[in-house]
Design a binder for this molecule. Structure first.
Ligand code: NAG
Ligand code: NAG
Ligand code: NAG
Length: 378
């Protein structure tokens, strides 16, 4: 014996199946896919009510189990009626009727979508549609994404005619070359499907555009602010750049930039961390400090050397001046000896000195620059 709730479920479900007057179904296929209509019994009738031509009579596709429309066919098992490669013209309602059970009717509403795959382009970038193998002049048509999704049979907007004329609002945005047609600086308002027709008017490309906002992540180091100001005092527009002054931890979060139609241009994720010197930078700065100190010591010793030499030269001059008065021979020998020594020392120390002082100068410049850059980076 079955428990009673199960019995009631069983009864109610079989009751719905037998009492339903019409089975409603809806189906969405992408452009170019095949449409399979289930034939649950032999001898059925299948008709088509064209969505684009609602006033015209229904088209009979199958009668008494026999295919009467040569654009449809049966599969090998005879279980399905197949419409190959659906397009917009196949949108509408398909009715499957059983002449032996007039109450058993199945209605399938077919929607055909253009965008089986979308190309994702960043807000403000250019959108290229490849044209290789398409015979010019081309026609470019567009359907906004809302239309593309469920009203495919609505006529498309012609963006570019065979004669090269652009639609209002698109002048200067569409350019065509042999290889591609380009729509420049796309926004959310350009999302949807694009159809390229060749010189004969035959559809050669059907592609879809999805515009993505630009996402930016910024991590800031900021000092703790004493007073907190509102955004109105700190946000400003400088040319095409938005500046937020004195960012603090309170500004953490998402900033969204939205265009005049309400589409998101970009999202900026801001995270703020308290300002602190990383230990690596501390070590680098300490080393640079040491280097500067050593160079200063070196400079100092050079100066002392120069001073010593000046002293000796002065002493020499004195000896030379006194030379005439005292023992001439002895004084002259001393002068010659000293001059030789001095000139040798001078030569040596001069070469040494200029080299050193030049390199010192460069080193100090570089080090100061580095410290400055480091500070900027922090
Ligand atoms: C399909 O049928 C139509 C008339 O219903 C006819 O004009 C056309 O030539 C047929 N096509 C083929 C391939 O048999
Ligand atoms: C549906 O109607 C449109 C407009 O009259 C026509 O172009 C299209 O071929 C029709 N679809 C079918 C499958 O006959
Ligand atoms: C089409 O789909 C959009 C959402 O994707 C919806 O808002 C709109 O009402 C639908 N239109 C029709 C005619 O079904």
């Amino acid at each position: 014996l079955l428990p009673s709730p199960l019995i009631s479920i069983f009864l109610s479900s079989s009751f719905t199946v037998f009492s339903a007057p019409i089975n409603e179904d809806s189906m969405t296929l992408f452009h170019g896919e095949d449409f399979h209509i289930l034939l649950p019994a032999p001898g059925l009738e299948v008709t088509f009510q064209n969505r684009s031509a609602q006033r015209s009579p229904d088209v009979v596709l199958m009668r008494g189990g026999v295919v009467v429309n040569n654009k449809t066919k049966l599969n090998r098992q005879l279980s399905h009626l197949i419409i190959d490669a659906v397009g917009e013209e196949h949108e509408g309602v398909y009715m499957v009727k059983n002449p032996e059970k007039p109450e058993d009717v199945r209605r399938i509403t077919l929607t055909v979508r253009d965008c089986s795959n979308e190309q994702i382009i960043k807000y403000g970038d250019n959108y290229h549609i490849q044209l290789s193998g398409v015979i010019p002049p081309i026609t470019l048509e567009y359907k906004p994404s809302a239309v593309e999704a469920n009203q495919t049979s609505r006529p498309a907007l012609v963006l570019l005619t065979r004669t090269g004329l652009s639609r209002d609002g698109y002048q200067g945005r569409i350019s065509v070359s042999k290889q591609q047609v380009t729509l420049s600086t796309v926004t959310g308002a350009d999302e949807g499907s694009y159809t390229v027709r060749d010189a004969e008017g035959v559809i050669q490309r059907k592609v879809c555009l999805n515009v993505k906002e630009i996402i930016i992540y910024i991590a800031l180091f900021a000092f703790q602010a004493k007073e907190t100001l509102g955004f109105q005092d700190r946000l400003s527009l400088e040319g095409s750049v938005i500046v937020l002054d004195q960012a603090t931890g309170r500004d953490e979060g998402q900033f969204k930039i939205i265009d005049f139609l309400g589409f998101t241009v970009s999202t900026v994720h801001l995270s703020v961390q308290p300002y602190k010197l990383e230990s690596l930078y501390v070590a680098i700065i300490a080393l640079l400090g040491l280097l500067v100190f050593l160079l200063l010591v070196c400079l100092l010793s050079c100066l002392i050397k120069v001073k010593k030499r000046a002293k000796r030269a002065a002493a020499l001059e004195k000896i030379a001046q006194n030379a005439g008065k005292e023992d001439e021979g002895e004084a002259f020998r001393e002068v010659v000896k000293n001059i030789t020594k001095l000139s040798e020392e001078s030569k040596h120390s001069q070469g040494d000195n200029t080299e050193k002082s030049q390199s010192t100068e460069v080193d100090i410049k570089v080090s100061i620059c580095d410290i400055f850059l480091l500070k900027l980076r922090l």
